[in-house]
Design a protein around this ligand. Structure first.
Ligand SMILES: *Cc1c(COP(=O)(O)O)cnc(C)c1O
Length: 377
């Protein structure tokens, strides 16, 4: 196909001035070891496919009709799972959509929104899309987040926890502190990876999810997704948990944009996933175990590996040549994520794969290192 020449004459100012998010690539070829977008290496619960198949087999005719606009069945299942009221639960077409509605609902104000300088790169994109000023707050030298650095006037704060791409976890005590110090701002905690965070077995702060704070703090809004821990990135389901007044603002924003963001099949599949607690618990634990093993193996290769609480690891090769390593891996069909950005360009973000995938990665990295050493000697 010849190169398409784009004519922007008819575009709105808005369309001309967008700077869209660039998702990790989804290359299509055989025997690819895809460790670049933090998808789950395990399939979704078999109950998900069964529930969708059942809708298609028994209620295909109902696809004539619009789906439940507020996804009541799915929201009730989520409310039950977290012992919340259904009015504290919102769902959308992927948490990316939920985040977009959050920016429009809470951050379109006089003051800027605050976010860590190293975090999910969609936040600056949404801010730009909605014309919201975003002030980036520098992470500490060890990549941790200090609540004290956020003491400035703002419309709200958004933090990924565990943070991406570092994988580091902020404590509930720190989140509570942020919420207390900013009682007139919405504090959004993006928990895309929280299900891979380990509760301290004997610690007093046994809980890691800020969902446990929403009854106490009416300005905390927590987002989660089915894309990572529930192996359903292709179904596009995300959610938010918070005070009913926050949820009502999101619902109004949604209904001013798209009243039916979740189709009937997605609602059925997602509900089945929530109900299959055993499968979910098991696969999350498997990913956690694989992450610990992968981290140990990278450390044995003298990588500096941050203590991850997510389904990826953030690691620096000994020589700091992360882009070189990423390119060499790619030649062997192994794709990892490298961010060409200040402070993190010497690191790789590697999604935790299956045991076989991780083995293939470690074998490739070991070979690279042996090659490099032979070249020097
Ligand atoms: C993957 C991810 C999301 C987006 O999830 P979807 O539900 O697939 O849209 C949101 N936030 C962070 C930090 C993520 O890594």
């Amino acid at each position: 196909m010849s190169e398409l020449k784009i004519d922007t004459r008819l575009w709105s100012y808005k369309a001309r001035n967008l700077s869209p998010y660039v998702p990790g690539e989804q290359p299509q070829h055989e025997n690819l070891c895809k460790l670049n977008t933090n998808e789950n290496p395990f399939p979704p619960s078999p109950k998900v496919g069964e529930a969708i198949a059942k809708v298609l087999a028994q209620q295909a005719d109902e696809l004539r009709l619009y789906p439940a606009p507020e996804s009541d069945g799915l929201r009730a299942a989520l409310a039950e799972l977290y012992s919340l009221d259904i009015n504290q639960v919102f769902v959308g077409n992927g948490s990316d959509e939920v985040l977009a509605l959050i920016f429009a609902s809470f951050f379109l104000k006089e003051r800027p929104v605050l976010a860590p300088d190293i975090s999910y790169s969609f936040y600056p994109v949404y801010a730009h899309t909605f014309g919201i000023e975003l002030v980036q707050i520098a992470l500490e030298a060890d990549f941790s987040i200090s609540p004290d650095a956020y003491r400035q006037p703002c419309s709200g704060i958004i933090i990924a926890n565990p943070n991406a791409p570092t994988g580091l976890l902020l404590s509930l005590a720190d989140i509570r502190k942020l919420a207390g110090e900013h009682s007139n701002s919405v504090i959004v905690i993006d928990e895309a990876y929280i299900d891979f965070a380990q509760k301290e077995e004997n610690g007093s702060d046994a809980e890691v999810s800020a969902v446990s704070l929403i009854n106490e703090c009416d300005n905390i809004l927590v987002t989660q997704t089915f894309s990572k821990s529930r192996s359903l990135a292709g179904l596009r389901v995300g959610m938010a948990f918070g005070n009913p007044s926050l949820i009502e603002a999101l619902t109004r924003m949604k209904n001013s944009f798209n009243s039916y963001p979740l189709d009937k099949l997605a609602q059925a599949g997602a509900t089945a996933s929530v109900l299959d607690v055993e499968y979910f618990t098991q696969t999350c634990q498997q990913v956690i175990d694989l992450r610990q093993a992968l981290s140990a193996e990278l450390m044995a290769l003298e990588y500096n590996v941050l203590p991850s609480q997510a389904n990826f690891v953030f690691a620096r090769p000994k020589n700091g040549n992360a882009s070189g390593v990423a390119a060499a891996l790619r030649e062997q069909g192994i794709i990892v994520r490298h961010f060409d950005k200040p402070r993190i360009h010497e690191y790789l973000r590697i999604t935790v794969g299956t045991a076989e995938q991780n083995k293939r990665l470690i074998a490739a990295l070991t070979a690279l290192q042996t090659e490099a050493e032979t070249a020097i000697n």
